[in-house]
Design a protein around this ligand. Structure first.
Ligand code: URA
Length: 231
């Protein structure tokens, strides 16, 4: 092969890797030692399988991509087993989560822990994360542009974890993942597809705290979740 052909092939492979990364939401790199080390191990067509949660966290950095960075205390990236079969996706961090940088550790989190234990898992055996990684001031709803800029990181996390099932907690998580505006009352309790992964939306634990009568509905959904994980 001529020198020129080698060069052309290398450029083509580089472009292919960058195209893949841009599809997964990557919008640039820093040139820190850590990032360069990660990039060094990217081979042709291997980017998808080699991306790790650590690499995604490094790429997220001290994120300033949206206004939520101005008021947050900590980025809440996600926690749990990086190879979990089951991932819970919530809306966004609240006060307690922002203080500690950990997802679902406040009142809604304690209820989520009970739900996880009721289906015979522990928090350490699943992965827990959110649509957005920084707390909206006063716990307001996330805005569309905040979701848009943050969602690619969640998508990369899901591509790295490759779970069997995703449980979307509440309307924001379900609608963002499934790219729909259908209400949670219609989406919940049914399996949907996200890039070949089954997604089961259910009510958000914070909603259950306000509407305890809906816990029965969530339990019905959790039974479906357990069955899906059995198969
Ligand atoms: N509610 C969420 O949606 N996520 C958290 O991490 C905490 C509360």
């Amino acid at each position: 092969m001529s020198y020129k052909n080698d060069f052309d092939t290398a450029i083509e492979e580089l472009c292919e890797t960058f195209r893949f990364l841009s599809q997964t939401g990557c919008r640039g790199f820093n040139c820190s030692k850590e990032s360069l080390k990660i990039m060094e191990c990217w081979g042709h067509k291997q980017a998808r399988s080699l991306e790790t949660l650590e690499a995604i966290r490094i790429d997220l950095g001290e994120c300033r991509r949206c206004r939520l960075s101005e008021s947050r205390k900590n980025i809440v990236f996600g926690a749990g087993d990086p190879h979990a079969r089951l991932v819970f996706v919530g809306e966004g961090p609240g006060y307690d989560e922002d203080q500690k940088g950990e997802p679902f550790i406040g009142a809604a989190g304690r209820l989520l822990t009970k739900i996880i234990e009721a289906i015979k898992y522990t928090r350490e055996q699943v992965y827990i994360c959110n649509i957005i990684k920084c707390r909206p001031p006063g716990n307001r709803n996330p805005l569309p542009d905040e979701i848009e800029v943050c969602l690619p990181f969640l998508k990369r996390q899901l591509a790295a974890i490759k779970p069997d099932v995703i449980c979307a907690l509440g309307a924001f998580a379900a609608q963002a993942l499934l790219e729909t505006t259908m209400p949670i009352s219609k989406l919940k309790g049914h399996f949907h597809d996200y890039n070949g992964i089954r997604v089961l939306p259910t009510y958000h634990p914070a909603y259950l705290l306000r509407n305890p009568g809906k816990k029965r509905d969530v339990w019905e959904d959790m039974k479906k979740l357990m069955k899906a994980l059995d198969t």
